[in-house]
Design a binder for this molecule. Structure first.
Ligand SMILES: Nc1ncnc2c1ncn2[C@@H]1O[C@H](COP(=O)(O)OP(=O)(O)O)[C@@H](O)[C@H]1O
Ligand SMILES: [Mg+2]
Ligand SMILES: [Zn+2]
Length: 364
């Protein structure tokens, strides 16, 4: 295996490879094939859902030299496509607003907009995390969006659309990317591990898919770590748990029983044992929060929960009944806080321990 990160190696190179986001892809393809692309787009949605990938695809398709009328996919062979693919196109300008917030970048953006494309038809500006743009940059952008030069296409991407100025949003065509579903991510992981020739059992992939919480990139990065660690060895669910210090549904379920039974001593002992076994406290709280969230969702609408066996769902239902909406809400709040506080705690498990006490103190 070469050392290019999996998520880059398998970044979709045509629209047909994008999973989920069907309506977005269809709309973009229609716009391309009818030569009707907009001058400004805004892509919102969680990280790892395909915003940057789609932005680059759109840029590639717009400037593809072989794409004929009525077609939407880039050819991936012409010089323009290859330059985009290799990240050396002069007519695709990517600006990360999170790390470039200075005056110089704003000026660069302003001047860049005025100049025509270097070689191709369009100059495409992708502005990532655009909610972080400075006021000055937003104003410059706004002016441009009011009267965009015919050669310019803006694609703004953000994980936090609520922080965007409404004046900007209203001038863009907006697409909301969704979190991917468990089955969609699982399928993608199966596809990649097959291509990589990896020997990895399905429960192992399921654990990774569940852990990624709907972000394809996270799933691919986890798979990457696992493949790098294990080399050619057979990969099982257990070996992954050990390798990454990941807890699984069984762990979270067992822990949740202590919460359900209001057994503070048991909860502490169980936590202690888990840490001794090498589980990472951060991973533990993440797994617990994710599990409790699924318990809550399951108690509201069982149809929408996937990634759990029938027996697991049965247990989750029981726990939901014992804990109740109020209990689940409280536990989720407390353990989510614990996860955040852990970043600043000199004793990593302390926030977890405090959350346990907070949750159970009243009935002791
Ligand atoms: N919808 C998707 N379909 C296929 N792969 C995806 C999708 N979303 C993300 N990926 C994978 O995750 C990687 C990162 O995605 P990216 O487009 O950079 O996410 P975002 O910009 O939304 O954070 C891509 O290279 C690709 O491998
Ligand atoms: Mg991105
Ligand atoms: Zn091309």
């Amino acid at each position: 295996m070469d050392n290019l990160a999996l998520y880059r190696k398998y970044r979709p190179q045509s629209f047909s490879e994008i999973i989920g986001q069907e309506h977005i892809i269809q709309t973009l393809k229609n716009a391309l094939s009818s030569n009707n692309a907009s001058h400004a787009y805004i892509f919102s949605g969680p990280r790892g859902s395909g915003k940057t990938t789609t932005a680059r695809l759109l840029a590639k398709a717009l400037n593809c030299r072989n794409r004929k009328e009525g077609e939407s996919e880039p050819c991936n062979k012409c010089s323009s496509c290859l330059e985009v693919k290799d990240g050396r196109s002069l007519d695709l300008i990517e600006i990360d607003a999170a790390s470039h917030r200075g005056i110089d970048e704003v000026r660069e953006l302003k001047e860049g907009i005025r100049f025509s494309p270097n070689k191709e038809k369009y100059k495409v500006f992708v502005i990532d995390e655009c909610h972080m743009l400075t006021k000055e940059a937003v104003n410059a952008l706004l002016k441009t969006l009011e009267e965009p030069p015919s050669h310019a296409v803006f694609i703004l991407a953000t994980t936090e659309i609520h922080k965007m100025a409404p004046t900007i949003i209203s001038r863009c065509q907006r697409f909301d990317f969704r979190r991917l579903e468990f089955q969609e991510i699982l399928k993608r992981l199966e596809h990649i591990s097959k291509k990589e020739g990896a020997k990895i059992e399905k429960p192992a992939l399921e654990l990774i898919a569940l852990h990624s919480e709907g972000a394809v990139r996270d799933a691919e990065s986890l798979l990457d770590q696992v493949l790098t660690f294990s080399g050619k060895a057979d990969i099982t669910k257990d070996s992954i748990k050990e390798m990454l210090g990941l807890a699984d549904t069984a762990w979270a379920s067992e822990f949740s029983w202590f919460l359900s039974k209001r057994d503070i001593k048991g909860a502490f002992e169980f936590l202690e044992q888990s840490l001794e076994k090498g589980y990472d406290p951060m991973e533990l709280s993440k797994t617990l929060v994710s599990y409790l969230r699924h318990v809550l969702i399951l108690s509201i609408n069982p149809e929408v929960v996937s990634g759990f066996s029938k027996e697991e769902k049965e247990t989750m239902k029981n726990q939901a009944e014992i804990l109740g909406y109020g209990g689940l809400q409280k536990a989720l709040g407390l353990f989510m806080d614990a996860e955040n506080r852990m970043k600043y705690s000199s004793i990593p498990q302390l926030p977890l321990e405090l959350a346990i006490v907070d949750f159970l103190k009243e009935n002791q």
